[in-house]
Design a protein around this ligand. Structure first.
Ligand code: ADP
Ligand code: MG
Length: 403
């Protein structure tokens, strides 16, 4: 057996490191320190943009932001994870400017000003960020960074950041999403930002991406002696440019042919596929994409109902079906993710699936709490046997939103 590599558990020391970074970078103390969580999506993957249902929750791992106001219009940002500090005038922030990681915090300032969430006299800020959310692992370090800064600026200058579930928070979700889409030029549907700002400890957020309704559904893992093992495959970045756009184009085209606003208005898989063929669209690839979109929303809806009925032990088959659908119909898995999922199940996991965008990143496995080590070691051994990157593990804590 190969020993599994575990991330250190989330700790308030990260907050302390953030403050130290602020003091060593800018001198003096920040006005305050804020944080926002990473996330995993329990189920409902790649359906946010077809008006589907997602069931994400916030992780215990957080990104901290120490912030001090300025009066000269300058924004300065420094990160404990990436050694590339940046400063510039807030009036000069624009699509693609700055580039690199600073686009995320600069984008938040830009978008909050655009959305009227900061007053006209806002004069910039000194910002230090420090994160225990692994970067680029599909656990949404980008939204954690955006949302930590957004609540900081809202509290300091925007009349408060509101409570999870509030309209104020939804306005911050929109601003953070615009920051990522329009300034960092990264596609995101808003799911990550919604969890980071609306999550409640011990609960999943059931997000209806059609009606935009949010509901808290309990995920009491401990009471059921369960754990959710998060497996970062550390798969090398693959050339996946354009894959997201291709998937979107397929499902958008299907909705358009069917005369529907989104595929959420579609009927059952069988009826919808038959209708598409009738309409002359018989590309097997497009039909598979549509089958994923419709079946995954159905699974996510079922999973949310099981959570509401406290039937956590029955989630496994839904997670497995989600993975199979993402692998075979949506075709966004890879050998690292399939290996992690298969090894988890062989070692006794109740269910497992890839999470996030796919083509690498992370998977989750639902396991009995007594099986955690066994499953992690089996996954590590399977990766080693296939000469894949060494995966890293953490145990999900179902955590609270930014604050
Ligand atoms: P994910 O959100 O799944 O972690 P993304 O590619 O969406 O992956 O976002 C990762 C990017 O976000 C990083 O490459 C970096 O530009 C930025 N980022 C996130 N956290 C930090 C941080 N603590 N310090 C600097 N940049 C960060
Ligand atoms: Mg991201």
């Amino acid at each position: 057996m190969t020993r599994a590599h575990w991330y250190p558990p989330p700790s308030r020391q990260t907050e302390q490191r953030c403050i130290e970074l602020f003091e060593s970078t800018y001198g003096g103390a920040p006005d305050g320190v804020w944080s926002a969580p990473g996330r995993v999506n329990l189920i409902g993957e790649h359906v946010d943009y077809v008006g589907g249902i997602c069931v994400p929750f916030a992780l215990g791992e957080r990104t901290w932001a120490a912030v001090r106001s300025r009066t000269d219009g300058i924004l300065q940002v420094a990160s404990g994870q990436l050694n590339a500090p940046w400063y510039g005038h807030i009036d000069h922030i624009a699509p693609g400017r700055p580039d690199g990681w600073a686009a995320y915090p600069a984008g938040v300032v830009w978008a909050m000003r655009q959305e009227g969430l900061l007053p006209a006299e806002f004069g910039g800020a000194d910002v230090a960020v420090y994160s225990e959310v692994p970067l680029g692992a599909g656990l949404s370090s980008s939204a954690a960074l955006e949302c930590a800064l957004a609540v900081a600026l809202a509290d300091l200058h925007g009349g408060g950041s509101g409570e999870p579930g509030s309209e104020r928070r939804s306005a911050l979700v929109k601003a953070c999403m615009r920051a990522e889409n329009e300034i960092a030029l990264a596609m995101t549907g808003g799911l990550d930002q919604a969890v980071a700002l609306h999550a409640r400890a011990g609960y999943c957020l059931r997000l209806d991406c059609d009606s935009e309704e949010m509901q808290q559904v309990p995920l009491p893992l401990e009471r059921h002696h369960l754990e959710i093992l998060v497996i970062n495959t550390n798969a090398p970045h693959q050339l996946v440019d354009g894959q997201y756009a291709q998937r979107r184009a397929s499902v958008d085209r299907a909705a358009q042919l069917l005369g529907m606003r989104t595929l959420r208005q579609a009927f059952s898989v069988e009826v919808t596929l038959a209708r598409l063929v009738e309409l002359g669209e018989d590309s097997p690839e497009l039909l598979r994409r549509v089958r994923h979109a419709i079946s995954e929303t159905a699974r996510a809806g079922t999973a949310a109902r099981l959570l509401a009925e406290d039937r956590l032990l029955e989630l496994g088959p839904l997670l497995n079906a989600s993975h199979a659908s993402l692998r075979d119909d949506y075709e966004i898995s890879c050998v690292e993710l399939d290996t992690a999922v298969d090894a988890s199940l062989e070692a006794g996991a109740l269910g497992a699936r890839l999470v996030g965008g796919g083509f690498g990143g992370s998977a989750i496995a639902l396991v009995h709490d007594t099986d955690v080590e066994k499953v992690a070691e089996a996954v590590a051994s399977a990766a080693a046997a296939r000469e894949l990157a060494e995966p890293s593990f953490l145990l999900a804590e179902v955590s609270a939103a930014a604050g």
